[in-house]
Design a protein around this ligand. Structure first.
Ligand SMILES: Nc1nc2c(ncn2[C@@H]2O[C@H](COP(=O)(O)OP(=O)(O)OP(=O)(O)O)[C@@H](O)[C@H]2O)c(=O)[nH]1
Ligand SMILES: [Mg+2]
Length: 698
């Protein structure tokens, strides 16, 4: 079989803030490429990319979709991604494996916080970007303001490739600054002419000059010739644009109206002309991984002749095909009916059929080459992030780091009998949702689910009901406090029941003392002379281990202390393991209460990203939440406030930050450590625990 020409392969993530028109753009691209015979629309519920019932209902992308777009002589492997913060984990996974991206910016609202966020992922992973200013047909659309914002907010040099012709409802097309042609759209068709719209005359001259000047800067010889007034051909300018785009010197910027299919064909021309093929991305993206046998760094060339290295970046559970793992091939070729090695599990996986998807449409293919994406069905033990490779040349590509969830709920099944079903459903959904965390909090006996936001939770609940028939009650989770001691104590625990028949007798002396934070619980014994016989010592330890699960203050688990059994006595007939266990638990209760016990509360580490103006508001709010601000750092126009805040004070932070910043802030949160709960709050928690106990006893 002839080797595939890599120069004809493009892979592309379509990214941008929620509702900016990403899906509309992809639908227009599919229509222009004649994959669809009509221009499908998100609002009409017939988008082939937003195809799940939840997406149709919400008119929004909740999970990225794949599309293969044949364009001119190339094939574009495209992922339409979600834009809303709640669903950005999926977007991040996609960006980890792509070479290039089209970033949509709205002609009305310009660069938003979400745009900056996805731009951050894009720069971290070294993708080559291109910008499309969308919604040029809308009222108050302002192309020039959007261009300025790209420069100031994203900190890049936009390379303006086109100027809009007509405004708002009269937006008709674009002037192509490369070919120096007017491209006017009518009835879905574009007509080109060399006519220069009178109102654009001056701007065309200055923008064309800027375009050529910026492009030639990528090549010293070209620049010299240009400055000396020599001829620079169109071909040379094009090559210079491609070079500068991959080199990160500037970002080609296009405009149009995706919904009206204006400008989308020219954007696709730009994608195949200026965005890199998988073997042209160069140093922006070396394919680096580790050898799983010795953890040494190894690299691969983006070539079909290298051994296979592919990474799974997304998993969905399809009602018809079962589990689908989406992957990108970085080197080599993945063939259907082959065997690959999964370097996380260390197991071989049998690859059956490989599917190329456009929306939910599946087409089997016999092989997948470098730079391409595809899905494989029914792998046994492969999850998002895994590397699949040639079993004779193992490599583990760098992991995908997904954002940590920011909001937690305690969940319980609406009908009591559904508890098992609930757990299974959640674990199935977690395969598709890398930012969903499920924990059983022993401290509170609650099943706690952490997600990216309220809308994320709602979508998961809808899916649980629809796919698994489980309905769920949500509650604010209880805080998983812990208990510890601050002083030393030595106490006796004596259990004696010797009235009639076989009695019970266990007697221990135990020393309790605090240990440093994070040490957990330690047991030691210093028994001499068999005052507590050997065979009963494990029972003492067991008794303590059981008793520390419910501390004496408020019933929370005890940590960070040591118990040393140093004395005791026994009875030759009545002593038993059982009696020593009870004696130990009596000692624990008594000993801890004497050793200055205290409640510990979980402290979270937070990073709050907000525009400059809101830093003051965020900090004063953090102070009112017992937060400790650790620092403020600038990243572009965004300020990042780092702080430590008690978990109890972060429960409603999503809503609080929204109201402080009008929706322009976002945050990351993760558990950091436990710290002493201040006395006035501790009294309240203890009182609540006591009243809770009284209730359950009723
Ligand atoms: N007037 C106008 N409306 C547009 C244009 N592009 C998209 N829209 C509308 O904007 C809304 C959002 O469009 P989508 O294509 O779903 O946007 P998205 O970026 O995919 O949104 P998410 O997936 O939710 O992030 C829909 O109502 C579209 O009809 C455009 O160029 N002009
Ligand atoms: Mg969308």
């Amino acid at each position: 079989m002839a080797k595939k020409d890599l120069s004809a392969v493009r892979n592309l993530a379509v990214i941008g803030h929620g509702g900016v028109g990403k899906t509309s753009l992809c639908e227009a691209a599919l229509y222009n490429a004649k994959i669809t015979t009509r221009l499908n629309r998100v609002d009409e519920g017939n988008s082939i990319l937003d195809y799940t019932s939840e997406e149709i209902e919400r008119k929004s992308t909740l999970s990225s979709s794949m599309a293969v777009i044949p364009w001119k002589k190339s094939e574009i492997f495209c992922m339409d991604t979600p834009g809303y913060t709640n669903f950005l984990a999926d977007t991040k996974g996609v960006l980890k494996v792509m070479d290039a991206a089209v970033v949509l910016v709205s002609a009305i609202s310009g660069v938003k916080v979400e745009t900056e966020k996805v731009w951050g992922y894009l720069s971290d992973y070294g993708l080559a970007p291109m910008i499309f200013v969308n919604k040029m047909d809308r009222e108050r659309a302002d192309f020039y303001k959007a261009v300025e914002m790209v420069g100031t907010s994203l900190g890049v040099q936009p390379l303006v490739m086109q100027l809009p012709i007509g405004k708002e409802a009269d937006f008709k097309g674009v002037f192509d600054l490369l070919t120096m042609e007017s491209c006017i759209y009518a009835d879905g068709k574009v007509s080109r002419s060399s006519e220069i719209p009178a109102e654009l005359k001056d701007s065309i001259d200055s923008f064309r000059e800027k375009l050529v000047e910026t492009a030639v800067e990528t090549d010293d010889q070209l620049m010299e010739r240009y400055l000396e007034g020599g001829e620079v051909s169109d071909e040379e300018i094009r090559a210079a644009i491609a070079k500068g785009t991959v080199g990160g010197l500037f970002v080609p910027l296009y405009c149009g109206a995706a919904l009206q299919n204006i400008g989308v064909d020219l954007l696709l021309d730009g994608v195949v002309s200026f965005l890199p093929a998988p073997d042209q991305i160069g140093e922006r993206r070396t394919i680096e991984g580790v050898d799983p046998n010795n953890d040494e760094t190894i690299t691969r060339e983006p070539s079909p002749d290298e051994p296979l290295a592919a990474q799974v970046f997304k998993t969905i559970v399809d009602p018809f095909s079962g589990k689908l793992n989406f992957f990108r091939v970085f080197s080599g070729v993945l063939k259907s009916d082959s065997t690959v090695l999964n370097t996380r599990s260390g197991e071989k996986e049998r690859v059956g059929s490989i599917l190329r998807l456009t929306g939910k449409e599946q087409k089997p293919v016999s092989e997948v080459g470098v730079g391409e994406i595809a899905a494989v069905a029914k792998l046994k033990n492969t999850i998002t992030g895994d590397t699949l490779c040639d079993e004779n040349a193992p490599i583990r590509l760098s992991p995908i780091i997904f954002p940590e969830p920011v909001i937690s709920f305690a969940v319980e099944a609406k009908s009591k009998g559904d508890e098992d079903k609930l757990g299974q459903a959640l674990h199935k959904i977690a395969e598709e949702e890398p930012s969903l965390k499920i924990e059983r909090h022993e401290e509170t006996s609650e099943l706690v689910v952490s997600v990216m936001g309220m809308v994320h939770m709602e979508v998961i609940l809808a899916r649980m009901k629809q796919k698994f028939g489980v309905e769920v009650n949500l509650k604010e989770p209880k805080i998983p406090y812990k208990e510890t001691i601050r002083k030393k104590s030595e106490v006796q625990g004596k259990y004696k029941k010797q009235t009639g028949g076989h009695g019970q007798f266990g007697d221990v002396w135990i020393r309790f003392e605090p240990l440093p934070k994070g040490s957990g619980f330690e047991f030691a014994e210093e028994i001499v002379g068999g005052v507590v016989p050997r065979q009963f010592i494990p029972a003492v330890e067991k008794g303590l281990n059981e008793a520390i699960r419910k501390g004496p203050l408020a019933g929370y688990p005890m940590v960070d202390f040591k118990a040393t059994l140093y004395d005791g006595s026994y009875h030759s007939v009545d002593s038993s393991e059982m009696a020593f266990k009870v004696a130990a638990s009596m000692a624990l209760k008594k000993g801890c209460l004497k050793a200055d016990p205290v409640l510990l509360e979980p402290i979270m580490k937070m990073q709050i990203m907000v525009p400059d103006d809101f830093v003051g508001g965020v900090i004063s709010d953090l102070n009112s939440r017992r937060g400790k601000v650790l620092g403020v750092d600038a990243k572009g126009n965004t300020q990042i406030v780092s702080a430590e805040v008690p978990m109890a004070e972060t429960m409603k932070y999503v809503a609080a930050l929204r109201s402080i910043t009008g929706g322009r802030g976002s945050f990351e949160i993760e558990f950091d450590h436990y710290a002493e709960l201040p006395a006035h709050l501790s009294d309240k928690v203890i009182a609540e625990a006591k009243s809770g106990e009284a209730e359950t006893e009723d």
